[in-house]
Design a protein around this ligand. Sequence first.
Ligand code: ADP
Ligand code: MG
Length: 592
Amino acid sequence: DSSCEKFEYQAEVNRLMDLIVHSLYSNKEVFLRELVSNASDALDKLRYLSVTEPDLLRDGVDLDVRIQADKDNGIVTITDSGIGMTKQELVDSLGTIAHSGTAKFLKALKESQEAGKDSNLIGQFGVGFYSAFLVADKVIVSTKSPKSDKQYIWEGEANSSSYTIREETDPEKLLPRGTRLTLFLKNEDKGFAHPEKIQKLVKNYSQFVSFPIYTWQEKGHTKEVEVDEDPTEAKKEGDDGTTAEQKKKKTKTVIEKYWDWELTNETQPIWLRNPKEVTTQEYNEFYRKTFNEYLDPLASSHFTTEGEVEFRSILFVPSVKKEELIDSKTKNIRLYVKRVFISDDFDGELFPRYLSFVKGVVDSNDLPLNVSREILQESRIVRIMRKRLVRKAFDMILGISLSENRDDYERFWENFGKFLKLGCMEDKENHKRLAPLLRFFSNQSENEVISLDEYVENMKPEQKDIYYVAADSVTSAKNAPFLERLTEKEYEVLFLVDPMDEVAIQNLKSYKEKNFVDISKEDLDLGDKNEEKEKEIKQEFSKTCDWIKKRLGHKVARVDISHRLSSSPCVLVSGKFGWSANMERLMRAQTM
Ligand code: ADP
Ligand code: MG
């Protein structure tokens, strides 16, 4: 066929294909999850575009996914009525690694190979479309985009570095729109081509897809059929002139077999359900499947707001931090408008940067379907939503901190503590919510972090301020000479050992009307001054001080008598308005 064009895969695809085809990965069934999720994405795209171009749906075809298994031939077909692909899109999508998740997979794979580890990366990252080759040795993709009047066939084989594209010419195979994948299963994987197996996988992996997924199933209904008990006798009776009703006929139950499409998933999105009726297990599963996570979340929160602004949401706190930094763009919030998936690109509009680790779905009834970033940024509705979402996120985090299992919050703090400290700098309005969530080591708790509430509870009756010292480790904080008098008085002193700690504390300024006081600053007042005596000592040693100042020159600003030491002979302190030693370290680190 002259109209059949041959294309070479991009080098990375070859590597990936090679890996997939030869992988010993045992959990091959993830292929269905990947392909159904592509179908669902394609339907999402079409539904989204049809908001502004209703013509796209003029053919009246429903938005759904249909999966058929042919066990005699070992073939599985997956058909969606989504957006489809043009010829160019086929080349771009199924010949290169366009997909960032797959690129991440390759990067992780390289790293794990260098580290000599052999982990289950395929399942963890999901290798997208190419996962079809986990089970198939040939894949045919027939697809029709509304942007093109032609339907194209992409064909690829497991052990080939090229694929072909040709036009669909068989009128029987034309689709109104969308994509049909035909997988020709490898011999050892033909077991996937069983209707019951497919049904099980859909229920297991694609339960939260919001479009109907139908699978082709053999059905049977029972039917009563009449059978003559004895045909000769019946005939005789008939001859006697008896009516049909009186005839003694026997009925028999038979099962009539036929094939039909069966709805296989639950299409009501979980966030529309009554929170009282959803189990933790369902939330966890929804989370894992929606965000491609391995581990259950640390916490979740499902809520509806009504009144001024109406929306529903489920938020999650992950139990581990992905490698992403505070500044990197996240795709953690999936925004829906009236059930239509809009985008996962609006995290920054719906949450402040310091809460970017929160994942979830938000479904609004008040936003327009064609909502854009500009609209979101200007919208009063979004401002209110954002405020509520932030509050709910705080409630959820507070919930973890109140959990009986102290480990949970420690885990949270380890992963996301930095984010909350950033919050202290960036969100003054929420200081009241942030402060109780902070944790620090102290001279009385060197191994386990404490909260500010615990600190306050532990304050001495005469103590007015919250004391802290910044250092680069617990060990060096512990040995700070400034500590001596305070330790003697049994005052607790917070150890700020993370550079962000001090910045956070300085932004808060106070907690429960108690000021944060840096014990390394020169004017530390422990409220036990004896002015007479101090004056005396000052006079007595004024010459000594002058002498020392002369010797040190402008290495120091001043030399003074200290009343905060008990066993060390001297101490270097920061000026009242100067930077603390720790801040200096921090500034130096930043300018380098
Ligand atoms: P991802 O889904 O993360 O983008 P995949 O490898 O799963 O990565 O798919 C690659 C691309 O191929 C998709 O982004 C999409 O453009 C296209 N594609 C795959 N399956 C379909 C489909 N059923 N309908 C339309 N486009 C599809
Ligand atoms: Mg995909």
